[in-house]
Design a protein around this ligand. Structure first.
Ligand SMILES: NC(=O)c1ccc[n+]([C@@H]2O[C@H](COP(=O)([O-])OP(=O)(O)OC[C@H]3O[C@@H](n4cnc5c(N)ncnc54)[C@H](OP(=O)(O)O)[C@@H]3O)[C@@H](O)[C@H]2O)c1
Length: 339
């Protein structure tokens, strides 16, 4: 990350008010509570991003009661950079608060060359978590995920790798991400038999991406597994930022790897505009309404946001002031989304 030490940040002391506002929700049938809003470090924590800004985002999150920070081996760029930068921030600011934090990482996508740096073998998962721990300077992660299903590796092997890492003390809990309802039920059964229940599933879920409603949420509730929804703001589309053009500092313009500006079509913007009008009537920003809309489901333990500025975190946490929807509001939202 770019180092800007002309104005060094003051020594960090966490806000004494940090637990005043945040709501905590039980993760499935486990003993663990997650903050209703968690912070993901997929974007904005690479080596070309501003370290001071990243540090401010992490400090602001913890001051707002966001105790959960979500990483993966290959977040960057380059791969590994977000874990390295989080590790530096952790050492500078958060070390005294380790027992107040839930830090997660994942492996499952491409990470290093050759046959042992991708997918779901025990060889890959064990090596990857060892590397992640070194990069972050941690003794253990709180949650370790298999990042995506691997149809070419026996599920027994992948799940037994997760179980092994818990037994080695390198992870406290395990989770899966992007698994279908069917594969989730199979993985959960194997993990239960091994004695390391699946804590959590991390699916993509937001008002515009509803695949989880087609069976996955029911499986999770039945199996006592929590859920943390990623890309809850559709990478920023479900905010008011694109309503008056494409801001230079937005993900669609300045990044464009995963959110392409031409994917934000006039049809999508028409829906966003109509949703924004409902949010305004509710006294919320659209980002706040999109988060509240996810949290209305008891199956959703936490909403995993990304932010490019600390001010966006303040905005997002205010969603907790109004989590209730009237039947008419829900009906109007559905009508807009189905148009
Ligand atoms: N398991 C997986 O496979 C997987 C995949 C993807 C992501 N994830 C996890 O999910 C996390 C979140 O994903 P995401 O970054 O796509 O989430 P997101 O919350 O849908 O999008 C984040 C972007 O939305 C914009 N934003 C956030 N709050 C805003 C606000 N209040 N007002 C206006 N704009 C706002 C910012 O965009 P600008 O940059 O334009 O300001 C921010 O970078 C990741 O960091 C990662 O931990 C997991």
């Amino acid at each position: 990350m770019k180092i800007n030490d002309k104005e060094p940040l003051q020594t960090y002391v966490a806000a004494s008010s940090r637990y005043d506002q945040m709501k905590f929700r039980r993760c499935g049938k486990s003993g663990l509570d997650l903050p209703a809003i968690s912070l993901g470090l997929w974007h904005n924590f690479g080596h070309s991003d501003d370290f001071k800004l990243g540090r401010e985002i992490v400090r602001t999150a913890f001051d707002l009661g966001i105790t959960h920070f979500d990483l993966a081996n290959n977040y960057g760029p380059p791969y590994g950079a977000a874990e390295e930068n989080f590790g530096r921030i952790f050492k500078k600011d958060l070390l005294p608060y380790r027992d107040e934090l839930l830090i997660s990482s994942k492996a499952g996508w491409d990470m290093w060359p050759g046959p042992y740096g991708n997918f779901g073998s025990k060889k890959y998962l064990v090596a990857s978590l060892n590397q992640s721990l070194k990069r972050m300077g941690l003794e253990y992660v709180d949650i370790f995920y298999h990042h995506r299903p691997d149809p070419n590796t026996p599920l027994d092997e992948t799940m037994s790798a997760l179980d092994l890492l818990v037994r080695q003390g390198k992870a406290l809990y395990v989770g899966i991400s992007q698994y279908s309802a069917e594969d989730t039920a199979k993985a959960s059964k194997i993990l239960n038999e091994l004695g390391t229940p699946c804590l959590i599933h991390q699916p993509r879920y937001n008002m515009m991406d509803r695949w989880v409603e087609d069976g996955l949420l029911q499986v999770l509730e039945k199996s006592g597994i929590g859920a943390i929804a990623f890309s809850p703001l559709e990478q920023g589309v479900l905010t008011d930022k694109y309503l008056n053009g494409f801001p230079e500092d937005s993900r669609a313009v300045k990044d464009g790897r995963y959110l392409k500006s031409d994917a934000i079509t006039p049809e999508i913007l028409a829906k966003v505009k109509a949703l924004n009008a409902i949010a305004i009537e509710r006294g919320q920003s659209l980002a706040q309404m999109a988060i509240a809309w996810l949290l209305k489901s008891p199956a959703i333990t936490s909403v995993l946001v990304g932010v490019s500025k600390a001010s966006q975190l303040h905005d997002n946490v205010k969603s907790l002031d109004n989590l209730d929807f009237s039947t008419a509001e829900l009906k109007n939202i559905e009508a807009i989304l189905k148009e």
